[in-house]
Ligand binder design. Sequence first.
Ligand code: GUN
Length: 313
Amino acid sequence: MPNSERSRAAQRRAPDDFWGCFVIETKPIDGKAFAAGLRARIAEEVAGLKASAGLTPGLAVVLVGEDPASQVYVRNKAAQTAEAGMASFEYKLAADTPEADVLALVAKLNADPAVHGILVQLPLPAQIDANKVIAAIDPAKDVDGFHVVNAGRLAVGLDALVPCTPLGCIMLLKHHLGSLAGLKAVVVGRSNIVGKPAAQLLLKEDCTVTVAHSRTRDLPGECRTADILVAAVGRPEMVRGDWIKPGATVIDVGINRVPKDDGKTRLVGDVAYAEAQGIAGLITPVPGGVGPMTIACLLQNTLTAAKRQKGLA
Ligand code: GUN
């Protein structure tokens, strides 16, 4: 190799050699503590709204069927809604409920002035078209932010109800990093619930955003360009330590239950957490990272929806 080329090659390697001089201490992002603080602030605002405007924000949660994970989510949502001082309405329907009955319930909740937010727990049984149900929810009460009106408003930069999990990710990022402007963000996963809205929100924060997915060429190399790496693929520990740029902030949205040697199970994220130690600068653990933020942001969205419906925001 001629000298000039060797020198250029050395320059290209410089960032790795540079980082090699340092020992990186990887810090966990405590989503559980942040979510508790957020819930406390929401409870305070709810108490104020009750006293000043006689307004009690109300959240209706609809569960169809007996999916065990969904039952746990719905129980937690109802408990935390009540703890925040909001009204909680729970509808548990049999697994064989016809689609028309779910649509009729949504229409009733749309018309109920005590209900400011409506959440239909997903997944729904096969006989029910989730898109049809989401489309039937009044966009002003769509606290999941799944309705096309809210997705469209987010995409064009208008006020929208934003999906809870990505909203929680952005809150954690801004709290720990301050301004995100100019940072390179790579979102792995393109779901309507997390990947796409996370990308929109990062763009709104002036990040340079790449959405990567299962068909992305050189996924590890793409991830290594990220200052902010958001993993939302639902595949246990898919993102390896050497996919992470040294010092990057890693947001792990995955919650995967995997078997242990003793026959029990444990929760892992989409990122190989142990491998990320000494490479990532900040990382959300699983559990205790993004997970607790989802319900806190649902309460935040319910509060926002209630205030907008009353002309208070
Ligand atoms: N199932 C798992 N997570 C969610 C969520 O955030 N919203 C709804 N509606 N269903 C879910």
